[in-house]
Ligand binder design. Structure first.
Ligand SMILES: [Zn+2]
Length: 94
């Protein structure tokens, strides 16, 4: 669903696919974990229908919103501004 100016959970399967594609694409800074006292700040979040999840085992951080352009696939039209960056820690992105 989209309410206000953010795409909030629950996300559809198409939205989840778009969100995880965005995370991998390097078109912009991927969403990373804000939990773990900052220790996970390079951990790239994985989208599921109920929200973003941190790939670090045991991390309870869940984020329930995204920017609409991340969820509706329009990010695919953006110029690439970031290359995929080895500093990021990827988990089980589908
Ligand atoms: Zn985390």
């Amino acid at each position: 669903m989209v309410s206000g100016d953010l795409a909030r959970v629950p996300w559809s399967a198409d939205q989840v696919e778009s969100l995880n594609g965005f995370q991998r694409a390097g078109v912009w800074h991927p969403f990373t974990c804000s939990g773990g006292g900052g220790e996970h700040s390079d951990a790239v979040l994985t989208a599921r229908e109920d929200g973003w999840h941190c790939p670090v085992a045991g991390c309870p951080h869940v984020q329930s919103w995204a920017f609409p352009a991340m969820a509706d696939g329009s990010w695919r039209e953006w110029p690439r501004s970031h290359e995929p960056n080895e500093r990021y820690v990827y988990g089980d992105l589908p």
